[in-house]
Design a protein around this ligand. Structure first.
Ligand code: ZN
Length: 224
């Protein structure tokens, strides 16, 4: 399950990891906390939000995954208990083994908000004493995605070979009007060549880098 502030983050920065899980027989869900409706200088937010939702649904379908939305206002995603419980409910509904989300070291306030919301939503989702419609669910692993806006202190410790799904992912991302630089940032060039760069560092054609929370790296062993 990818949980992102905006659909672009979900598919461009987290989509390859999800696509690989689906390819390997798993399931994938892309949850966007906002539609990213204020991302276009030319198209009014109401209309652009519709295009973003359609693009996310189309991209999810291409990858054999699902798209979900919470539709908080773009730029104003609240770090509220309501938002944390809303994400908690999605986690309890889909019961993912793995979540990929934003790293906290971001200059984008929505991305930082998403990091905080997910952190507490994971806690709420796993706590049996918190009574919601769905039973509690503990997520096995959490990873932070390699995102051009979240680079402050991002230290990847996993390089994932996603060569098998690279082309399908590009096809999925092409559903977004912003993919080819329409909003000022060349996402296709950046994330496409980043996958090549990460592949060079890990001995395969294409890879994505992920960062684990420090506590997830702790190993309890009986011998070195
Ligand atoms: Zn974003």
């Amino acid at each position: 399950m990818a949980i992102a502030a905006h659909p672009g983050d979900a598919f461009f920065a987290m989509g390859l990891a999800v696509a690989l899980q689906v390819h390997l027989g798993g399931q994938g869900v892309f949850l966007s906390l906002s539609l990213g409706e204020r991302g276009s200088a030319r198209i009014a937010p109401a209309q652009y939000g519709i295009l973003q939702r359609q693009a996310a649904e189309s991209a999810a379908q291409t990858l054999g995954a699902r798209a979900e939305f919470l539709a908080y206002p773009d730029g104003e995603i609240p770090v509220s208990e309501e938002a944390k419980f809303a994400v908690c409910d999605f986690i309890r509904q889909y019961r993912p083994g793995i979540i990929v989300t934003h790293w906290r070291g971001s200059w984008h306030k929505d991305h930082e908000a998403c990091y905080k919301i997910v952190n507490d939503a994971l806690f709420y989702a796993g706590l049996p004493a918190i009574d919601r419609k769905q039973p509690p669910h503990e997520v096995g692993k959490l990873f932070f995605a390699d995102n051009w806006e979240d680079a402050n202190g991002f230290m990847p410790d996993i390089y994932l070979d996603i060569t098998t799904v690279f082309e399908r992912w590009q096809e999925a991302c092409a559903a977004f009007p912003m993919w080819r630089g329409g909003n000022g940032f060349r996402y296709n060039d950046y994330y496409g060549s980043l996958a090549v760069t990460r592949g060079c560092l890990s001995g395969c054609k294409h890879a994505v880098a992920l960062m684990s929370p420090p506590e997830q790296l702790t190993r309890r062993v009986k011998a070195l």
